[in-house]
Ligand binder design. Structure first.
Ligand SMILES: Cc1ncc(COP(=O)(O)O)c(C=O)c1O
Length: 392
């Protein structure tokens, strides 16, 4: 049986890359929409027509935030689903052109596992290494492309180390080589500027729960003309690409959350960068042996990932000690806790050994992270680190 250690309302929640608390304005909008727009958007009567109208308005609003056309937005049930649809859908619809796909070695598990599954279906996948900051090297990407390459999938921002990938350059190269470019933007949408045209993306994944929206709602941008084979067959919703009755309240909540996030993006980027810099400099000052994982320059404001030299084996214990004190963070082995706590593939890809890669502590900030919480966190972690024992 689960016991709740601390009241979530009282927590210092620094795990916003895992998920975010829902914005009260968004939950109000979802509740109201559940009552008002209960119709099936495919029904022909007036209740259905109202649901359909609000669905199409939501599509337009999301499209305008991404720089897309409304007809290029497909609503899905999650970021995982959008990523699976992008990879498998493009692979199967374009297999006649070639069977080679390139993904980065630091993609989210839903991309990596979809890619491995595609290998079992007869596709060939290159898992492109990254440098020690987590950045894709354009020359290696160019070398990896062949005339059989149909798709490159590279995330915009990495969920563990916050590295911002050179997506515009990747998009340009893909366009030049006539290869589809898909980007997983779950960690960047609403946090840093994003535009499908600037990125020259053919496909782009976004979801709601990383930007203070509801869980279980996502979207896939599919540029007009890009061939995608559906994964779900049924009533033909979402232009036949994603059958299933649309989750209207969830979609309304997603769009509301995205609009709030995008409208506050500039000031939030400044505010959160200040908090991040305060945390990094205090960690360096107060804790001996701290080293930062990821890029100092190409980093989303919201992410800090660090290890403590000699204490890497104590990562999970530090997480538990912090949790006892009401602070929620992630570790390099729990980012994917369904994996049974394997060391982070991302930290290993940037050169950490498996032992070090278990010891990464990820702090991810959000719109509701306050300066007071950051100050309290810094006091708590400085105390808790004293209880750790070096394990080699
Ligand atoms: C980069 C990235 N892609 C995809 C996902 C999966 O999104 P969802 O939880 O909506 O399936 C996540 C969330 O964990 C993520 O961080």
């Amino acid at each position: 049986m689960m016991t709740l250690m601390t009241d979530p309302g009282q927590s210092i929640y620094l795990d916003n890359a895992a998920t975010t608390p829902i914005d009260p304005l968004v939950s109000d909008a979802i509740q109201a929409a559940g009552k008002e727009y209960y119709g099936n958007a495919s029904s022909l009567h007036s209740v259905g027509a109202q649901a359909h109208e609000v669905l199409e308005q939501s599509r337009e609003r999301l499209a305008s935030l991404l720089g897309a056309m409304p007809s290029e937005i497909v609503f899905t049930g999650s970021g995982t689903e959008s990523n699976n649809l992008a990879l498998k859908g493009v692979a199967f619809a374009n297999a006649h052109r070639g069977r080679h796909i390139i993904v980065s070695a630091i993609e989210h598990d839903c991309i990596l596992r979809a890619a491995r599954w595609l290998e079992r279906q007869g596709f060939f996948v290159t898992y492109l290494p990254v440098d020690n900051e987590g950045l894709i090297e354009m020359s290696s990407l160019e070398k990896a492309m062949t005339d059989k390459t149909i798709l490159v999938s590279m995330m915009h921002v990495n969920n563990e180390i916050g590295t911002i990938e050179p997506v515009e350059e990747i998009g340009k190269l893909c366009r030049k080589r006539n290869v589809y470019f898909h980007s997983d933007a779950c960690q960047s949408f609403g946090k840093i500027p994003l535009n499908v045209d600037k990125m020259q993306a053919g496909l782009l994944t976004v979801n709601a729960h990383k930007l203070h929206g509801p869980k279980g709602v996502g979207a896939l941008y599919i540029r007009s003309g890009v061939a995608v084979e559906p994964l779900l067959h049924g009533g033909g919703q979402e232009k036949g690409i994603r059958s299933s009755t649309e989750n209207i309240p969830g979609i309304i909540g997603f769009v509301k959350a995205a609009e709030i996030a995008c409208s506050q993006m500039e000031s939030e980027m400044r505010r959160v960068t200040e908090l991040r810099e305060q945390i990094i400099s205090r960690l360096y000052q107060e804790i001996e042996g701290v080293y930062l994982n990821g890029s100092r320059t190409y980093r989303i404001p919201h992410n800090i990932n660090f290890c403590i030299e000699g204490m890497e084996g104590e990562g999970i214990r530090l997480q538990l000690l912090l949790d006892d004190a009401g602070v929620c963070v992630s570790t390099g082995s729990a980012c994917s806790s369904n994996d049974g706590g394997n060391p982070s593939h991302v930290l290993q890809a940037i050169g950490l050994d498996p032992f070090q890669a278990r010891g990464g502590i990820r702090l991810s900030l959000g719109r509701f992270t306050t300066r007071k919480q950051v100050d309290d966190f810094l006091t708590i972690i400085t105390e808790k680190v004293k209880q750790l024992n070096p394990i080699f």
